[in-house]
Design a protein around this ligand. Structure first.
Ligand code: ADP
Ligand code: MG
Length: 288
């Protein structure tokens, strides 16, 4: 593994005081979803950041990343949502269900060299906009070392490396979903964690009775924030989640919307009061 963090425009042996940091690297881009911006230290994304976003199956990684792609596009950035996990028809139907209206760019490329060529093309079409690439998921990628048809156990590592190098070279942001198993582990996760600038983890609350089923977004690592503490955010259970067929089904969509809305506002009020005291931020998924 060799990350290409070296810049050709910096001479070996230069005095650090003489370095001029590119203006781009001092910029921050918010997505407008408060708990995601908070997870990045409150300032949003730093250009050239590689983020690994992990979570157990069904935690809501794809859902949150679609929300993010939509929000980033709404902020005027270009966001390519590239998936090899689901068909774009499925993605489109999820977007309809979530009422995502901003129209991000979508792709289905698992071969990294081709994916990066497509990114370069898109960046050329929108040269003045900040470019974001969301990949669903790392495990589906082929870095190309053994051609288009063969991968091995190190393909994910090499793919992450290629995407990281591309992000650093071109000051773009890459967010890569990483699948973990039910016990929360991912093959080579320590190595992958070391390679990325930021790592977020999404889990489903199982122990706390009051928040059971809620999604917890945790910042495991972030090189671009001074925030030392781990930040946990709890997102309320979505009405369009796995609960179809439950007691509330006869109420229908709008009935549920209203009931869940009222309950959520109530819980959010109580939770906020408690959490302000506890110094933790809790957020409401449905209000985004
Ligand atoms: N914040 C949330 N609250 C409740 N349900 C959610 C939430 N996010 C996603 N879901 C639901 O959970 C299921 C799995 O979500 P998905 O995004 O496909 O998970 P993953 O990509 O992590 O496997 C979907 O049915 C989705 O509607
Ligand atoms: Mg998924």
């Amino acid at each position: 593994m060799k990350l290409n963090v070296k810049r050709d425009d910096i001479n070996f042996g230069c005095n650090i005081l003489d370095l001029t940091v590119p203006r781009k690297l001092r910029e921050r881009y918010k997505c407008g979803i408060s708990y995601v911006d908070d997870a990045f230290g409150g300032e949003g994304f730093t250009p050239s950041t590689m983020t690994l976003f992990t979570g157990e199956p069904g935690a809501g990684k794809t859902t949150l990343m679609l929300e993010l792609a939509n929000a980033l596009t709404g902020q005027g950035h270009v966001c390519l949502f590239n998936t090899a996990e689901e068909s774009l028809y499925q993605v489109k139907m999820t977007c309809e269900r979530l009422e995502l209206m901003h129209g991000f760019v979508a792709g289905q490329e698992s071969y990294v060299p081709k994916l990066l060529r497509q990114c370069t093309k898109l960046r050329g079409i929108y040269p003045t906009k900040q470019f974001f690439l969301i990949v669903d998921s790392l495990q589906t990628l082929n870095d190309g070392k053994y051609g288009e048809d063969h991968v091995n156990s190190q393909s994910a590592v090499r793919s992450l490396q290629a995407l990281t190098d591309y992000a650093k070279e071109n000051y773009i942001n890459v967010i890569c979903i990483g699948q973990v198993n039910k016990s929360g582990n991912m093959a080579g996760s320590q190595k992958l964690k070391h390679m990325v600038d930021a790592m977020l983890h999404l889990s489903i609350e199982k122990k706390d009775e009051d928040f059971k089923g809620y999604r917890v977004l945790e910042t495991i690592k972030n090189n671009f924030t001074e925030e030392e503490a781990r930040l946990s955010q709890t997102m309320s259970r979505g009405f369009c989640g796995d609960d179809s067929g439950a007691w509330w089904a006869p109420l229908g969509f709008w009935g549920i919307y209203t009931v869940v809305g009222v309950i959520t506002v109530g819980i959010a009020g109580i939770a906020c009061a408690g959490l302000v005291a506890a110094g933790t931020s809790y957020c409401n998924y449905q209000n985004q």
